[in-house]
Design a protein around this ligand. Structure first.
Ligand SMILES: *Cc1c(COP(=O)(O)O)cnc(C)c1O
Length: 344
């Protein structure tokens, strides 16, 4: 039986091309900035995002941490969404390691923060308050159905930030999913933000690594912070080589992930007990709720697992499916059939 793994797009395995590139990569000591493959990947990332420079880091979590502590001093405040990955799933690192205070405001269902909420959260200059330094956005928004934030919305947030002399960081772990869903270029989506990070190891299917992109000065400072956190990696061209292939070829195949997510979402939306909002399925992430008279959540997940289909219950009766490069359209159809069998 084939395993159909919809737990995340992090489960993707490197392609043969990636493994070949790893074997043939030109390597050096990246802490000395002498790994030509890492340098090439960083140049490519800077070009795609149209920023001065980029920095290769081991993970998306470290990318956000390095970016935030580069923007903020200890005691400064960052405005972010209460459903943000940085707030929920990064072990509180910005406060434990960065001393950065977070101001969480409510994420709307589409992953945005209300502009008025952002404005109201910016601190006045008063010795009682921390200093607001940064706004963090997430695009696409993992916890908000993988919804993409539009260029228009990004522009409005950047304008508020500029008017208040604060910076904007985008957690773009899945920024390529956003760009493809909106049919825009990544560089246009992040054009006026101060920094953006993205993951190579999700839909792009490389084994590891993320990039942070920003101005030359920002990336120089970020490089020091990466070193301080133990993220300087020496011959990391072995990873960067796969990252280059990911950026060259894999970003186009993300379209398939979105297509397969639609197949699954549309196929299961009418089934007994399933609640799903099809309007919110724009990328590769599907959330649905199950309220079935005969089947409880443990039984449901077990039955699916018996048929080789794996996914998570993110919160009570709330499930997430993430399509990825290991899932074909036939797999997507098979998932629909199995849901039909189990829930009929
Ligand atoms: C996965 C993810 C991260 C963190 O990436 P890791 O490589 O798992 O550390 C950050 N932000 C978002 C939105 C993510 O989905």
């Amino acid at each position: 039986m084939k395993k159909i793994d919809l737990r995340s797009d992090t489960v993707t395995l490197p392609s043969t091309d990636m493994l070949d590139a790893i074997v043939n990569a030109e390597l050096g000591d990246d802490v000395f900035q002498e790994d030509l493959t890492v340098n090439k990947l960083e140049e490519l990332a800077a070009k795609i995002t149209n920023k001065d420079s980029a920095l290769f880091v081991p993970s998306g979590t470290m990318a956000n941490l390095v970016a935030i502590i580069t923007h903020c001093n200890r005691g400064d405040e960052v405005i972010l969404g209460d459903q943000a990955h940085t707030f929920l799933y990064e072990a509180g690192n910005i406060s434990s390691f960065g001393g950065v205070h977070s101001r969480q405001i409510q994420n709307q269902e589409d992953g945005t923060l209300l502009l008025d909420d952002i404005k109201d959260s910016i601190r006045k200059n008063d010795i009682h308050f921390p200093i607001t330094k940064l706004i963090c956005l997430e695009n696409t928004h993992n916890r908000c159905s993988g919804m993409p934030l539009t260029i228009g919305y990004m522009d409005e947030v950047v304008e508020i930030a500029k008017n208040n002399s604060i910076s904007v960081h985008v957690d773009g772990a899945r920024i390529f999913n956003a760009a493809i869903a909106l049919n825009v270029a990544v560089k246009d989506l992040v054009k006026d933000v101060d920094s953006v990070s993205f993951c190579l190891s999700k839909g792009l299917s490389a084994p590891a690594g993320s990039l942070i992109c920003g101005s030359n000065k920002f990336i120089d400072d970020a490089r020091r912070n990466r070193k301080a956190l133990g993220g300087g990696m020496r011959q990391s061209g072995v990873l960067a080589a796969a990252g280059i292939i990911a950026l060259d070829t894999f970003k186009n195949r993300i379209t398939d992930d979105h297509h397969n997510a639609r197949i699954i979402a549309e196929g299961i939306s009418d089934l007994n007990g399933i609640n799903i909002n099809l309007d919110r399925i724009k990328t590769n992430i599907i959330y649905f709720q199950l309220n079935h008279s005969d089947i409880g959540s443990i039984q449901f997940l077990d039955k699916m697992k018996e048929s080789g289909i794996h996914f998570f219950e993110i919160s009570s009766n709330n499930y997430r499916l993430v399509t990825n490069s290991g899932i074909s359209s036939e797999d997507a159809e098979a998932v629909v059939s199995e849901f039909q069998n189990v829930l009929s």
